[in-house]
Design a protein around this ligand. Structure first.
Ligand SMILES: CC(=O)N[C@H]1[C@@H](OP(=O)(O)OP(=O)(O)OC[C@H]2O[C@@H](n3ccc(=O)[nH]c3=O)[C@H](O)[C@@H]2O)O[C@H](CO)[C@H](O)[C@@H]1O
Ligand SMILES: [Mn+2]
Length: 299
């Protein structure tokens, strides 16, 4: 009898430890959305296990970067830091859209990584540059990527990688939770509120506010996203209305009705100017400090 009790006691002890350790994962933050998509935080995944799944698949990740006008100055840091931290050990093909191909810095790329420069028109409005990204991603997937890549990311160039960003970020359709609005209630989100715009979201709707600086997923899903947003942008243009945060507003509308299958936490899109919060154990990718008046065609 005494032996049985002891065994039960030992098992209970072990069981308690397992429960505590699993709860310790990230009890301070939500790790799934209400539609049960994972929210990727430090401490919620095992990198080795993830690599064991994705490495044998021999995948290629296309990555679009736009550097128009003075934004070419961000390329060096962006690319050098990406080579240190972004999808290291995987095949990455950067597609760099720029109006200044001569100013693209020479950055040594790792094995299996390549960069294609695509000359693009210049623009007198930064809003236009940001808006046109959807159309260019749509066309790139149609004309170039089928059969050549498995996943695609679109990333803002005025940013830098500071820590590991790997295959844990891959999914069918991936969005990033905007650092400035994470934890705010939805009526504070800067969604487009004018019903005249195709990006309109009423105050009683919305789950998260997603940043326009990171979009990812499988080619077909991102193609559908880019095409839909481009069409909505065309309708807005015909109606002489521009959504408050340009393509980011349309992206938020899209994600409201086509939920991402994975959400990246603000670790994947922080802001160098923002005070670090306790939930932020690591900054992986962050917007660099910039002087808007200095770098944009129209500040
Ligand atoms: C952190 C975040 O989510 N940022 C979003 C936000 O402001 P941001 O202040 O981050 O916008 P931004 O000035 O970085 O422009 C977005 C991107 O467009 C490109 N670009 C822009 C201007 C220019 O003269 N040359 C050029 O190449 C460049 O790749 C840049 O990273 O709202 C924008 C909406 O319009 C975009 O959705 C951004 O992704
Ligand atoms: Mn930016």
């Amino acid at each position: 009898m005494r032996k049985v009790t002891m065994r039960f006691g030992q098992n209970f002890y072990l069981f308690s430890i397992i429960v505590i350790v699993s709860l310790l994962g990230r009890p301070d933050v939500a790790t799934t959305t209400l539609w049960l998509a994972p929210i990727v935080w430090d401490g919620t995944f095992d990198q080795k296990m993830i690599d064991n799944i994705y490495k044998p698949r021999n995948i290629t990740v296309a990555t679009t970067v736009f550097a128009v006008g003075k934004y070419v100055r961000f390329l060096k840091d962006f690319l050098e830091s990406a080579e240190q931290h972004f999808m290291v050990g995987y095949r990455v093909h950067y597609y760099l859209f720029t109006d200044r191909p001569d100013e693209v810095p020479a950055v040594t790329l790792g094995e299996g990584r390549q960069l294609t420069v695509i000359k693009t028109a210049t623009s007198n409005r930064w809003q236009e540059i940001s808006l046109r990204r959807m159309e260019m991603i749509e066309k790139l997937i149609e004309k170039e990527l089928t059969g050549k890549a498995d996943y695609i990311f679109s990333l803002d160039v005025d940013s830098k990688f500071y820590a590991h960003w790997g295959a844990e970020s891959l999914g069918d359709l991936v969005g990033v939770l905007h650092a400035w609005y994470f934890g705010s209630s939805r009526n504070h989100f800067p969604y487009e509120r004018r019903p005249e715009s195709q990006a309109f979201i009423p105050f009683e709707e919305g789950d998260y506010y997603y940043g326009g600086a990171v979009i990812g997923g499988r080619l077909d899903e991102v193609h559908k996203l880019a095409k839909t947003c481009r069409m909505q942008l065309d309708v807005d243009r015909a109606n002489h209305i521009e959504a408050i945060w340009q393509e980011e507003s349309h992206l938020n509308k899209y994600f409201l009705y086509n939920k991402p299958s994975k959400a990246l936490s603000p670790e994947y899109l922080w802001d160098d100017t923002k005070w670090k919060r306790s939930y932020l154990k690591v900054v992986r990718f962050s917007q660099v400090v910039k002087n808007y008046a200095n770098i944009r065609p129209n500040p």
